[in-house]
Ligand binder design. Sequence first.
Ligand code: 3H9
Length: 698
Amino acid sequence: MSEPVTYINDQGVALITIANPPVNALSQRVRAGLLAAVQQFGADDSAQVAVILGEGRLFIGGADISEFGKPPQAPSLPDVINAIESCDKPVVAAVHGAALGGGFEVALGAHYRIAGADARFGLPEVKLGLLPGAGGTQRLPRLVGVEQALTMITSGTPISAAQALEHAVVEQVFDDSNMRQQGLDFARKLQQQGAPVRRTGELPRPAGDAALLQEWRTRLERSARGEVAALVALDAVSAATRLDLVEGLAEERRLFLSLMDTPQRAGLIHAFFAERQVAKLPELAGLESMKIEHIGVVGGGTMGAGIATSALLSGLQVTLVERDQEAADKARNTITGYLAAAIKRGKLNEVQRETILNDRLATVPDYNALADADLIIEAVFESMEVKQSVFKTLDSVAKPGAILATNTSYLDINEIASITARPESVIGLHFFSPAHVMKLLEVVVAERTAPERVASAFILAKRLGKTAVRAGVCDGFIGNRLLSHYRTAADHMLLDGASPYQIDKALKAYGFAMGPYAVADLAGLDIGYATRQRKAADAHPRDRYPAWADELFHLGRLGQKTGKGYYLYPEGSRQGVEDPEVEALVAKARQQAGINPRTFTDEEIVSRYMAAMINEGARVLEEGIAQRPLDIDVVLLYGYGFPRWRGGPMHTADQRGLKAVLADIQRFAEEDDHFWQAAPLLEKLVEQDSNFASLNHP
Ligand code: 3H9
């Protein structure tokens, strides 16, 4: 194994280069190498200036996350950075690509910083449930002031090289980001000038008055939704305003280590690795994927137009087919509106929009225009008959080898594929609405879908900037199938005495972006009604029916879009107001079912909701609909507002202990052994004293 840190004396300039692919993470070997190199520089009388460089695509991506949760190994990063700062000859950090987390802290320990124009500087630790633990909370406020430091540290969002120059984080920015050459040239100048060392840690303590810090605390508490890291990071920055560097670093270390031990840190790091793992499917390794440049979309409603927009924003050619010219024009207008919103969000400029609309988008009432498309996505009405008729036509017009995808959210894709002469080319691409904004994509693999098509779908997803998860065919695939189950658990609690508002509040307090009834109002209560109608034929005599939900539908209370649903939305407001009329409807349903209402604690609400979600997750795994627990976690995190800091339902189950989850289900089954039947996989894992994580990397 070659050394990850090298030291070269180039005519008086010490080049210290870190080479630890893929992101130069500061593993134990890198820390030890860096410390040794800095000591060598100190002892090297023929070197007057040192330059720290990162090899490969970026400077340093931060501490090595895979070491977290394991016993720490010396030297610690704070010690290495203190050694850099203590050097009595100038040290330059020459940054290209990115300096993130511990990587930025290394740069802050250096005496001079220069950057390529492509560089980003950030402290993303809070996104991993941590705070910058190698001096970032003490040195950055000294360099840029408390306000800017808090903005960066509590959001975790990096700044560009240009912004770094503005805030005097860097000395100079170079268009040519060959930092080895720029670093050498810059160091030579320092050499000639006999430039002094400039220690960030020796800058005066930053001013931070109590009112400003309190204002930040109030703001962060409001947005935290249970997540603690940003608030603890605020404590560390506050310490910088009161303490000298040594004491401040000690306080930062104490707070950093306290976060290291939290389940939130474990949840967020699980999410980090899981979202990178989802696209790695062993069966796709080494497969050739086809080139996709031209996308066809059938149907120009909200979904079709959103999919088309997503493809256009990713540089693809799009042909959208509608039934007549009027509908095609309408779809073009919808897309134009989405592109205007993208301009506002800074994703696009006016010139690019004109190019897209004039050169890359065709909206036509003619299927023959799809003859050249590499992949065609159907987004028409959810009916097997309608979809099969579309696929029959696609089969006759699409070129050989083209992928035929359906955006259905629950229909049997095997049945859709069977109508074509090329079932190996048929796949499900389940986008989430609005499709040009939501990052989740379920890639639904039907019985006869060829693996190369699946590989191509994953490549396309990456190009679209989506997080794709492999799912198998069943009603609802991964996400909607779990949703249907935990939503039923919520309806049962309603029927037994809880109010929809208590349920929503309890789940928001747990960390969900929204409770299930606020979500239903957002999606439209007509969707739930249609689902109940569709599933009516398969109903079991012991299923408990949410009769009030049908009543809401018949009253025209369809949710936000009609100003009334479970909540009232006065004058187009999106903030729902509780409505006693809804509680009365639920009370009536209880009475008709002969139920004597009881009270629920918030804790019980959460336990039942989570147990239902986890149990169905176990079933989905058992049936092979999801291949790994982490796939389920990513779907819930990206598409269903699951709190990221809890890591997803299957990770949450492991953290709680599967024995406790199973015991909950068995207890609930004492009242209702029809709905509450423990998944055999869950029972098996408990019997083996194992967990879901063991199935992530079998
Ligand atoms: C920290 O620094 C704490 C300190 O304050 C205090 C310490 C005392 N470690 O994302 P990609 C892997 S906390 C280990 O696909 P990209 C990643 O899993 C850290 N591994 O590439 C993947 O592996 P695989 C603060 C890491 O080009 C591969 O590298 N830093 C790390 O799209 C490629 O990753 C952060 O939070 C790591 N730090 O994006 C930065 N980073 O190929 C986290 C990545 O086996 N990292 N890997 O799946 C990122 O945001 C992105 O990876 C980055 C590159 C922007 C760097």
